[in-house]
Write a protein that binds this ligand. Structure first.
Ligand SMILES: Nc1ncnc2c1ncn2[C@@H]1O[C@H](COP(=O)(O)OP(=O)(O)OP(=O)(O)O)[C@@H](O)[C@H]1O
Ligand SMILES: [Mg+2]
Length: 253
């Protein structure tokens, strides 16, 4: 079994607000394996986004440890954190934050262009991902010329364009209608199956959360429950392949 992708130990995060301390994360322990897909649920204000931001190196915990892909994050200089973030993590937020003056293809290529890769280098992977999310026919549209669901799919393609090991999504379908949300949810499973991406999604959508192989409930800054119901599509395929290869020599004997 390979090492877990994320190991979180006794994670605490407090904010100082108007002179008093607000303890938002109060001792979170969580281990996430490579290739898992899980939902983080819980009431508003429970600390879900804060937890996601700490995992994603967008925010610093007050104490505790986070190990991501074998590396301890806490205490690393910000340049190193930025490098880890660029190489390992893709983000999708409730509001997609696409750049309005660039078209869909350019938005998806952008993380690579920022890293100094050429347009020529990025065009292939960006086009392939836009095709994968069903937008091959909209590559030259700017965000203002796309529907909400289409914009969210562009944001997903953008998050995946540098092949991150980890995709973090914070209410990615919070502003979409139910059938568009459902299509987006299917896409998460498809991405996991195809690329083995580990996916952590904060959601208020009960049916999406219920459809997940693992659901972690955060209440008042702590993990209230952590329920595994099965395998992610990637884990299921990996298990099937392992089973088949274990059976093969026996069949020959
Ligand atoms: N920078 C900050 N300064 C002070 N308090 C903060 C800050 N950021 C978040 N909080 C507080 O921390 C608590 C947890 O916030 P967080 O955004 O993690 O909640 P959440 O579980 O994502 O909620 P929601 O479901 O509404 O998005 C909230 O009560 C919020 O007011
Ligand atoms: Mg939130």
């Amino acid at each position: 079994m390979s090492e877990p992708l994320i190991v979180i130990e006794n994670l605490q995060k407090s904010f100082i607000h108007m002179g008093s301390r607000l303890d938002v994360l109060r001792g979170i322990d969580l281990v996430i394996d490579q290739g898992e897909v899980l939902a983080i649920v819980g009431p508003s204000g429970a600390g879900k986004s804060t937890l996601l931001h700490c995992i994603g190196t967008l925010d610093l915990p007050t104490s505790g440890r986070i190990k991501l892909a074998g590396e301890h994050l806490v205490g690393l200089p910000s340049a190193r954190l930025a490098a880890i973030r660029n190489r390992t993590i893709g983000f999708v937020f409730q509001f997609h934050h696409l750049l309005p003056e660039f078209n869909a293809l350019e938005n998806v290529m952008m993380p690579g262009l920022i890293q100094g890769k050429s347009r020529k280098e990025m065009e292939g992977p960006a086009t392939a991902l836009l095709t994968e999310v069903g937008l091959a026919h909209r590559v030259t549209h700017r965000p203002g010329e796309l529907s909400g669901g289409e914009q969210q799919r562009v944001a997903l393609a953008r998050a995946l364009v540098l092949s991150p090991k980890l995709l973090l999504a914070d209410e990615p379908t919070g502003n979409l209608d139910s059938s568009t949300s459902k299509a987006m949810h299917e896409l998460f499973f498809e991405i996991n199956r195809k690329h083995g991406t580990t996916i952590v999604v904060v959601t208020h959508n009960p049916s999406f959360a219920e459809s997940m192989p693992r659901m972690v409930t955060v209440t008042d800054g702590k993990i209230e429950s952590d329920v595994r119901r099965g395998h992610s599509p990637f884990e299921a395929e990996r298990a099937k392949a392992a089973e088949a290869s274990a059976e093969a020599p026996a069949a020959e004997a």
